[in-house]
Design a binder for this molecule. Structure first.
Ligand code: PMP
Ligand code: GLN
Length: 381
């Protein structure tokens, strides 16, 4: 067919697919796309098998299994002292990606402005563009990636419909502080701006710091969606299971789209997850697990030429390579993969105008053996 008019003319294949493919092609250690190379808890697998054998193989309820929504609400309310109702304010989704897309599609009309912070996770912008929204980017800078709330205030107009934040932040590994959230709360008071808070790494925060969820701030809750991912929390990225929570007036609009978007998500997995969540240690143990991995990785590369600030959250570590080369990050990431057999993610692809800060993102959600092999390579560069 001729004359196909693309709705996303500037969009090419996502960097995660590009780098993982290159890693496989060149037999490189894959620290690019963010997924663990170790198994989930066998108990969780058994729970899924059991649910399938018990016959939970037909459609689940549209918003998600009530028992799963109940335990999600209980977990959120316990951790953040908030009060979400399982019936009307929690929806189970096909990963956080679907939740994000559905939120944007339910609210963004042509001409609406959406404020995002760069570097930004790569699904936000195409989703906004598809619905005719205008992206209003705010570039954060390495190594601190701190937000200047005065600058944010200057970007708000009568057309601002939504703001998207992400803490802990992919790809920088930084987190927003309580002070940041209070500033944000002040800024949005008396506006009709919807806040999308992408909190897929909520359980991966290090050095005894606390995750500052939107759910801790009553002045933000009323206007916010929070998105979460069981893939990130339970080492099951391939299951594509997640959820979102929001006050009922917002969630009502979300579900109008969700029911025609996926209708519901995997039924046996929802049974398994609702059981598995009954043991809080299954998610509260994450900081310990990943902090050990971060510290192992960083101790092994401490004598290398790379420069870094330890990640405060997520399972990503940025490494600055200015002591090695002046090449741009895409060229250097390709060279690392092809010649040194170690794959990473060049951060410029998430930046405004591809700003190149000469940093690469490495995923440390890997076995200790993989991290040791990777560090050996990095130390020789
Ligand atoms: N947001 C961020 C910041 C992410 O890193 C990811 C990748 N896990 C997602 C959303 C999507 O999560 P999911 O795999 O559950 O769709
Ligand atoms: N969130 C993952 C990352 O940042 C990848 C998700 C994906 O491949 N779409 O690496």
């Amino acid at each position: 067919m001729q004359n196909i008019i693309s709705k996303l003319p500037e969009v090419s294949t996502t960097i995660f697919t590009v780098m993982s493919k290159m890693a496989n092609e060149y037999n490189a250690i894959n620290l690019s796309q963010g997924f663990p190379n170790f198994e989930t808890n066998p108990e969780l697998i058994d729970l899924v098998t059991h649910a399938m054998k018990k016959g939970y193989n037909q459609y689940a309820p549209m918003p998600g299994l009530l028992s799963l929504r109940e335990i999600i609400a209980e977990k959120t309310n316990t951790l953040y002292e908030s009060n979400y109702h399982p019936d009307t304010e929690v929806t189970v989704t096909a990963g956080a990606t679907q939740a994000i897309f559905t939120i944007i599609s339910a609210f963004i009309n042509p001409g609406d402005e959406v404020i995002i912070f760069k570097p930004a996770y790569d699904s936000y912008e195409p989703s906004i563009e598809l619905f005719g929204g205008t992206i209003v980017p705010i570039q954060l800078s390495a190594p601190g990636f701190t937000v200047d709330w005065q600058e944010v205030a200057s970007k708000i107009t009568s057309k601002t419909k939504m703001m998207i934040i992400n803490t802990p932040h992919n790809p920088s590994g930084t987190i927003l502080s309580k002070e940041d959230m209070l500033q944000l709360q002040k800024l949005l008071t008396n506006t009709d701006i919807i806040l999308l808070s992408d909190e897929v790494y909520e359980h991966i925060v290090f050095d005894d710091q606390e995750h500052q969820s939107i759910a801790r701030f009553p002045g933000l809750i009323e206007r916010s969606f929070i998105t979460a991912s069981f893939g990130k929390t339970f080492h099951t990225t391939g299951w594509k299971m997640g959820y979102c929570i929001a006050p009922k007036e917002l969630m009502r609009e979300f579900r109008k789209v969700h029911q025609f978007n996926v209708f519901c998500t995997s039924h046996p997995m929802q049974h398994a997850l609702s059981e598995f969540l009954k043991t809080p240690d299954n998610y509260l143990s994450l900081p310990n697990l990943f902090q050990q991995k971060r510290d192992l990785f960083l101790s092994l590369i401490k004598d290398s030429k790379f420069i870094y600030t330890p990640a405060a959250g997520t399972y990503f570590q940025l490494l600055n390579y200015t002591r090695i080369t002046n090449e741009n990050d895409i060229t250097f990431a390709e060279k690392l993969t092809k010649e040194h057999k170690i794959a990473s993610i060049p951060v410029s692809v998430f930046n405004l105008n591809q700003q190149d800060d000469k940093v690469l993102r490495f995923c440390f959600a890997k076995t200790d053996d993989t991290l040791k092999r990777a560090a050996e390579v990095l130390c020789k560069i």
